[in-house]
Design a protein around this ligand. Structure first.
Ligand code: PMP
Length: 385
């Protein structure tokens, strides 16, 4: 994304004014580079050094159901959930994945009946995360099939419902909507962290997915984890990953563990040291960006943003409304294709249809580097229809 900007600006004249007007701002992906500056100030406490003889084996802990899960990562995950209070870990099995994307597919594999005549329906309330339909159907599995918007699901058939809370793309807090006997739920809690939403209570569901991509911003490490109540489901998810990639990179697990421990350490000692904790930093940054984008949008009649109710966060004690990782921007008036409209103004976003919603909406990443975000808030109010 960053390269796009540099490439488009290098040929422009040197004057910043010209550069700002010609740069393509790519906010289509949710690449979480906004925390980079925080991690740049960190030294030894988050640096991992490995020797060539280390982490050679496929195995981590053969006594564990998830035999490729590094012990250090397991304890770092458990500790961080306790510190933040956003998920119950007691009586849960932890399964590590190459991103929560792999765990999503592992969960589908584990939850789908393997002897059914028809693939099981997979649904999620629109607007849903655009990768779900793609990940569910790309291998044309005989086990599961994408069945669209959970609010419209009326077949008297078995189903798996994905509940994403806070939701990607619109940031809303969600619960399951089909609510039928024997419905199977997967809770994707990628954004249930105190920089995006007030933490109200520890989540306590059967299958919960988390990822470092959105919690700490280390998307490149490709580490996610599932908290799974049922032993047999955890075992089947492990089997999926075993067949798919024979485990998950140990180097990445060890790096993720180091970073999660450093975050827990800083929260535990928040009053003793002057250094800002990661969640203080990321909360303030999200709050600032939401203030700026709301100001930019309020200067025009062309767009609107969702409003959120204020609640008190049990972790930080702050009272605030959601600060989502994406802005679910609506084109007001007679523009029907908001994505195409913004593209003409060199702002790349993802249109509503990818999320099972109207093309009057687009999803705009709020997680970019400062430069792209600033350009967005300058350019939006300057757009005329
Ligand atoms: N679930 C949701 C709701 C997401 O937004 C994302 C990332 N965009 C993922 C899962 C996948 O994250 P990961 O990088 O861990 O595969």
């Amino acid at each position: 994304d960053h390269d796009t900007i540099l490439a488009t600006t290098s040929s422009a004249a040197a004057a910043p004014f010209v550069r700002e007007n010609t740069a393509v701002i790519n906010l289509d992906h949710g690449d979480p580079t906004m925390y980079e500056n925080f991690w740049k100030q960190k030294g030894k406490e988050t640096t991992v050094v490995t020797s060539s003889w280390q982490h050679i084996s496929y195995f981590s802990d053969i006594k564990n159901i998830c035999w490729f899960l590094e012990r250090g990562l397991m304890s770092a995950i458990t500790r961080l959930h306790k510190v933040v209070g956003n998920a119950v870990t007691e009586g849960r099995h932890i399964v590590v994945g190459t991103g929560s994307s792999q765990l999503y597919q592992a969960a589908l594999y584990a939850l789908s009946p393997h002897n059914a005549s028809e693939p099981i329906n997979v649904v999620s309330a629109a607007p849903f995360y655009s990768s779900y339909p793609l990940m569910t159907d790309y291998l044309k599995s005989g086990l599961h099939k994408w069945a669209g918007d959970a609010k419209e699901f009326n077949k008297q058939e078995p189903y798996i419902e994905l509940v994403t809370s806070p939701n990607n793309p619109d940031g809303s807090t969600r619960q399951d909507v089909v609510k039928r006997d024997k419905g199977i739920l997967i809770h994707d809690l990628a954004y249930y962290w105190p920089q995006y939403t007030p933490i109200l209570s520890p989540a306590d569901y059967d299958i919960m997915l988390f990822t470092v991509s959105k919690s700490t911003g280390h998307a490149g490490s490709r580490i996610g984890w599932a908290l799974v109540k049922d032993r047999e489901i955890a075992r089947k998810m492990t089997t999926f990953i075993e067949i798919n990639t024979i485990g998950v990179s140990k180097d990445s697990q060890i790096r993720a563990a180091k970073i999660l421990e450093a975050i827990s350490d800083s929260c535990d000692h928040a009053n003793e040291k002057d250094a800002e904790t990661f969640f203080d930093y990321s909360y303030k940054l999200m709050a600032e960006r939401w203030k700026e984008i709301r100001e930019a949008v309020s200067k025009t009649e062309l767009f609107s943003l969702p409003d959120f109710q204020q609640e008190t966060c049990s972790f930080s004690g702050r009272t605030f409304g959601q600060l989502p990782a994406f802005a679910w921007l609506k084109c007001e008036g007679d523009v029907d294709d908001c994505e195409g409209f913004l593209r003409k103004h060199k702002i790349l976003t993802r249109g509503g249809k990818h999320f099972g919603a109207s093309m009057k909406y687009v999803r705009v990443s709020m997680l970019s580097r400062e430069k792209e975000f600033k350009l967005l808030t300058q350019r939006l109010p300057a757009i005329v229809s």
